[in-house]
Design a protein around this ligand. Sequence first.
Ligand code: DHB
Length: 369
Amino acid sequence: VFAQEVVKVGLILPMTGPFASTGRQVSAGAKAFIAAKGDTAGGKKIELIIRDDGGVADQTRRIAQELVVNEGTKVLAGFGLTPLAMAVAPVATQAKIPTVVMAAGTAAITKASPFITRTSGTLPQYSVPVGTWASQNGIKKVVTLVSDYGPGVDAEKWFTKEFKAKGGEIAEAVRIPLQNPDFAPFLQRVRDAKPDAVFVFLPSGVGSLFMKQFADRGLADAGIKLIATGDVTDDDILNSMGKPAIGTITGHFYATSHDSPENKAYVEAFEKANNKMRPNFMSVGGYDGMALIYNALEKTKGDASGPAFMEAVKGLSWTSPRGPVSIDPETRDIIQNIYIREVKEVNGQLHNVEFQTFSALKDPEKAEA
Ligand code: DHB
């Protein structure tokens, strides 16, 4: 195959370190897309190059530069955490490289470069519906508890804004360090404030330790309800959380148990290809990131140059395993359903069971501006 007939897609992810589950899920989702749809788009052969940044932003930027300058990579993708995506924004802008954020969720990321688009979503998008649900279900007083960086700050701000607008009270806003969190002292503060509920954001992979300490500290026994973004009850680790997770109410764009023919096919193929690993929302960010790349290249007839590709991205729509999605032409962020779910035991397994849908939500942070 001639070089010009290949489009190299550089997938940069934390494949090692504390956020390796994100890298594992996103890369498996991207591969599942290629396995399902083949390896050509817009007449070009798609070559996926997967690189490990270990979750370190300097590495993400160095790898991005290396892929673009030395390897002729035409599209960058992945980005497991907000600081990793932010580190690549100047590279995307300078080299005019289409950059597809498949995992990170701080609203501001797509504002950092006109060459960034996204197939995960934003924390404001997931948090507002949880605020709506709480205000309509007898919850009057809440403590917020979030990881102290971009997505946590977004989750706190937008849950609070919605919940207060609907008459709720925030007793306290608690922020926890991202690295090596010990939740115990923070959970004690929550307990002492005696709220009806605690609203939580933690990045994917951290929820198991949190759930254990939540139970050990007796918050459920004290009558404090756990509500969260779906990052906390991540399907990849939900089963390992056991009984304490049951009854948790969350908002997010994807549950493994989402009931649609597209998702049934996705889960079956994914579990078969990955030794029965359950696909979580990160995997769907990876799968849809490839869907976006394929759809854009079909539209440009294989032209992956930055301006042409980014023009093609605007307004794309398709049916994802999560439901209907489209790319907002104004913001390059994804418009999607956010589902309210409850953790339940289904056939001996824990699942996020969807029971209410907020349809076709844009990122509220940008809708406001
Ligand atoms: C981010 C990381 C996560 O693991 C997650 O679940 C949500 C957001 C982030 O860093 O943007």
